[in-house]
Design a protein around this ligand. Sequence first.
Ligand SMILES: Cc1ncc(COP(=O)(O)O)c(C=O)c1O
Length: 413
Amino acid sequence: MLSLNSHPSGRHFLQIPGPSPVPDRILRAMSLPTIDHRGPEFGALGRKVLAGLQQVFKTRHPVVIYPASGTGAWEAALANTLSPGDAVLMVETGHFAALWAKMAGKLGLRPEVLVRPGTDAEFAHAAHWRHGVAADLVEQRLRDDAGRTIKAVCVVHNETSTGVTSDVAAVRRAIDAARHPALLMVDTISGLACADYRHDEWGVDVAVSGSQKGLMLPPGISFNALSPRALEASKSARLPRSFWGWDEMLEMNRDGYFPYTPSTNLLYGLSEALDMLLGEGLERVFARHQRWAAGVRAAVQAWGLPIQCADAALHSPVLTGVITPAGVDADALRRSIHQRFDLSLGTGLGKVRGRMFRIGHLGDSNDLTLLATLAGCEMGLKLAGVALAGSGVQAAMTHFAAQAASPVQPVAA
Ligand SMILES: Cc1ncc(COP(=O)(O)O)c(C=O)c1O
């Protein structure tokens, strides 16, 4: 017998914390014919997107674009600045921070993983995954590093696995307070263009980001934003690199070109995304993400379920992690919601697999798509037999109705 969802009609609800839904305007822009990436038209496209990205990262320094997912840009950040055996301080705030540390080890670096001591008995298996980067611990570790062997401090701005947004400026202050020369590297793969990010002001040396989150593009391109100190470090760094090398890239980028074949159609999409985001204004983009996040949190609180991020000051504007009650397998719940309501939610990753699910509220969304998402979650939770304290959908409606969206003028298509 055919299930009701054999031929689902309407749009699929892609509410994972990236890839996020791609606006029609961007899809249309990407459908243009591919052009010669060494021809006369391409340079203007390349120069435009590189300059636009500088605005989004809030930097005067170069940004590099790779035809790769975010993992590639992680590798590029390390490979361009460090040498075999270098110690790197990696702060484990969640699954992605842990993966980046693992990569550092595979590349021949010496990752030292800093873990905040846990005090959360109920969530002892991953207590430190409920908090952000502890800048005081970073400062102490750097002060103790008398021989200045640590060459970089690596942190994740928005931990997509947990929904915690760390205070990057505080990490920079910690490094400066310890008078330590380590580079500051920041993964803002899911933070950029959703959460406030200020590359130059926060003194970040290398930022890593990707296309499939706040930039509202399909996966496939990723970025490094650089600093003069990172560029200086790259001159003496000895980790092998070829594809990832900044030098040839920056040389070609001067005229808007690339040393190898770029993802031309994704760059069309990027050009459109930059028009949309910069046309709207980044501060407004951040404000609507904060507003959505607060509405989703109001819903989770009304259900009576704990939020993965235990620090109210660090709730992510990008996603909310919801801890399921003991005995409720979060992945079984996600599967049933997907099957019955054609709604995709983020899985619990690594240490929190099966214990939580993630609601993405980023990019091309609005109050009603989020209410529908919450309705799907609420129905799914009830069907799974979870006794909810109240209606999250009602709480979110109350929030959204009271906190009217600012009169954002749609950017002309
Ligand atoms: C914070 C963070 N870092 C790194 C990655 C890895 O990026 P990718 O899957 O694009 O290679 C992701 C992917 O979701 C992420 O969210």
